[in-house]
Design a protein around this ligand. Sequence first.
Ligand code: PXP
Length: 253
Amino acid sequence: MGSHGFAHLTECRFCVNVDHVATVRQARMTDEPDPVRAAVLAELGGADGITVHLREDRRHMQDRDIELLLRTVRTFVNLELACEEEVLALAEAWKPPHVTLVPERREEVTTEGGLDLRAAGDRVAGAVARLGRAGCAVSLFIDPDHDQVKLAAEMGAAAVELHTGEYANAASPGAADHELERLRDSAAQARGRGLRVHAGHGLTYENVAPVAAIPECQELSIGHSVISRAVFVGMEAAVREMAALIDAARSRR
Ligand code: PXP
């Protein structure tokens, strides 16, 4: 996907988050459906990368999944992690090409809000340095906020992933426009500071286009909506449909 067919545009990679395939498997603590198979099918459908979140409580992805994905995925694995010693040590050993640091709270249903780089600065900066030494490109999941973008750049991150949850959950079209403006603004600022710009959380077939059309946006990470659709139309088709929407949004820019 990405830029092909639209050579004049910057590439916007589409990473498919397959966590919820593992969520279904863990509902029965069995061996199906397998997120590794899902990742292969997502790649066949046009995914540019595979995102997985190894949560401290292992509610969906298991260590075995990450190990197999790192050996199987032909595009690249983006491993989402909290700044916690146990998972950081695993990432140092596994050396995934990309790591996205995210906040994690045990009781949350999904990641709520971005990292607070002011409050958790030293901890995050330490993790960025450690993972950098292990050869990982590190992205920081933050709210679309100038202060956070500035701090991410100062910490030496390679990228920021702008949290699109507020945009996705906006109560009115006016509120969504306001959130979109914040995303555009932060994307431009991040790019100006030499950071790669990623975005994700809560994006769906209905709301993805305006975010995909942000010129500085170089990567989208989408999970729940794609896996939900895949239940009905299959993984490859669900990924292909989303990839087409992203390509169309960038071609209209
Ligand atoms: N980006 C990050 C950092 C996330 O934590 C998640 C959810 O795991 C996503 C993107 C994908 O969000 P969704 O499942 O709502 O598409």
